[in-house]
Design a protein around this ligand. Structure first.
Ligand code: PMP
Length: 425
């Protein structure tokens, strides 16, 4: 009997080693990693340069409390990030993961308005969104199924419609006017509530399955935020670090955020690392009065790992768009005749498959079928690792499968992923 408080099913293979896009269990079974766990392992498994950088820092000094020491490695990492992230005059707050990054960003937003003498406290997010499992981040998530067991909520969050093309919340305006309809909905919410920040993923990942918004959406949203004095938090925990083919998801639309949150790909799974990255204006407004921090924030090995991951990503990011197109086209082709496949979508190497009971009406399977979970388990039996995200397509029902292989995955491996995925479904 294991004394681990388990997260998954009772019986799971026991992991032994991993290299590149492959993982092996203790029975010698090999798995092609099409999801990097939960879309984490951007640079691939077993990257010696990253491992060496982490070991070198750990040997020199692995831990120094951020209130006691500054460190060159933190400065170097923040400087390197500032040149890549879609935030003006970026200031980097390193933490231990995506949820902590979101918590940090939510507090930054509250602190920013308080420092300006404004009592704005409402967070607007989107239906079906996922921003983390800590109380504040879960509160800000638009996933009622995940929130309900822990009600009542801590704070005030309201949820705007999600740009979810397959089930567009504005069918009367879709496709030409739906971006404008989204912006109008936000305008209304921003006028009704004392809103501190709007938080959303550039491309919705875990909750909605790689939904790419219409082209006018992000520029319109950024403009609405500016009009109403609402801070824009881009949650790039899944989309950051090259995943969608640009360094950050917002880059596709040339939009800048007030705060960017990141995690997952930042350290590619080699260290628990998250980032809340504030604009110069947010930083200048709250610095000195921002009572925040964790024992493990500003971790030196985290920064060294993140820096080495950036170097490992540099040659990979330019190839992501083509690899993503190959994966998307390949999946669409092999799944075209499968009536259970409603939609195959994505951007770069973030790909979502939505499974439905009826393709014509887009009716989802009843939740009790747990179809996405079963497809994921079947794939694992076939030697393919895919991810079923945080659940359901519209926030209450439906089935999603997410693919996000390491950015280093070869075309041959992608072809194998396509074939195995079709068999699993
Ligand atoms: N935000 C987004 C967009 C995510 O996808 C996730 C994780 N799936 C989180 C936040 C939370 O990150 P973590 O699990 O590292 O706490």
């Amino acid at each position: 009997m294991s004394r681990v408080f388990a997260r998954g099913p009772a019986s799971l293979p026991r992991v032994a080693t991993a290299l590149g896009s492959r993982v092996w269990d203790t029975d010698g079974q090999s798995y092609l990693d099409a999801s990097g766990g939960a879309i984490v392992v951007g640079v691939g498994h077993g990257n010696e340069t990253v491992i060496e950088a982490a070991a070198r820092q750990a040997r020199a000094v692995s831990y120094a409390h951020a209130t006691m020491f500054a460190a060159d490695v933190l400065d170097d990492y923040a400087e390197a990030l500032a040149g890549l992230v879609p935030v003006d005059d970026a200031h980097v707050y390193p933490v231990s993961g995506g949820s902590e990054a979101v918590e940090t960003a939510l507090k930054m937003a509250r602190a920013y308005h308080l420092a300006r003498g404004e009592d704005r406290h409402v967070i607007v997010s989107r239906r079906g969104s996922y921003h983390g499992n800590t109380r504040g981040a879960l509160d800000a998530s638009g996933r009622d199924g995940l929130r309900a067991p822990y009600a009542p909520w801590l704070g005030a969050a309201v949820h705007a419609p999600s740009p979810y093309e397959y089930r567009c919340p504005f069918p009367e305006a879709h496709p030409d006017g739906c971006a404008a309809a989204h912006v109008a909905a936000l305008d209304k919410l921003f006028a009704e509530w004392p809103v501190a920040a709007f938080i959303a993923e550039p491309v919705a990942g875990a909750g909605l399955g790689a939904c790419v918004p219409p082209s006018g959406y992000w520029p319109g949203v950024a403009e609405a935020c500016r009009r109403h004095g609402v801070l824009l938090i881009a949650d790039e925990v899944m989309t950051g670090f090259g995943r969608t083919g640009t360094w950050f998801g917002l880059d596709h639309w040339g939009v800048r955020a007030d705060i960017v949150t990141a995690g997952k790909g930042a350290a590619s799974g080699y260290w628990p690392l998250g980032l809340a990255i504030a604009s110069g204006e947010v930083h200048a407004t709250i610095a000195g009065a921002f009572t925040h921090g964790f024992t493990y924030s500003h971790h030196l090995v985290g920064a060294a790992t993140g820096l080495a991951v950036l170097d490992a990503l540099r040659p990979l990011v330019p190839g992501v768009a083509d690899k993503g197109r190959f994966l998307l086209d390949g999946l669409r082709a092999v799944l075209a005749a499968d009536e259970r496949v409603g939609d195959v979508r994505g951007l770069g190497l973030l790909t979502g498959i939505e499974l439905v009971a009826d393709r014509a009406t887009r009716r989802p399977y009843p939740r009790a079928h747990r179809l996405a979970e079963r497809v994921t388990a079947t794939a694992r039996d076939l030697g393919l690792l895919i991810y079923h995200g945080t659940g359901c397509a519209d926030g209450t029902d439906g089935d999603l499968v997410l693919l996000g292989p390491p950015l280093s995955t070869s075309e041959d491996e992608l072809a194998e992923i396509i074939a195995l995925c079709a068999r699993a479904i």
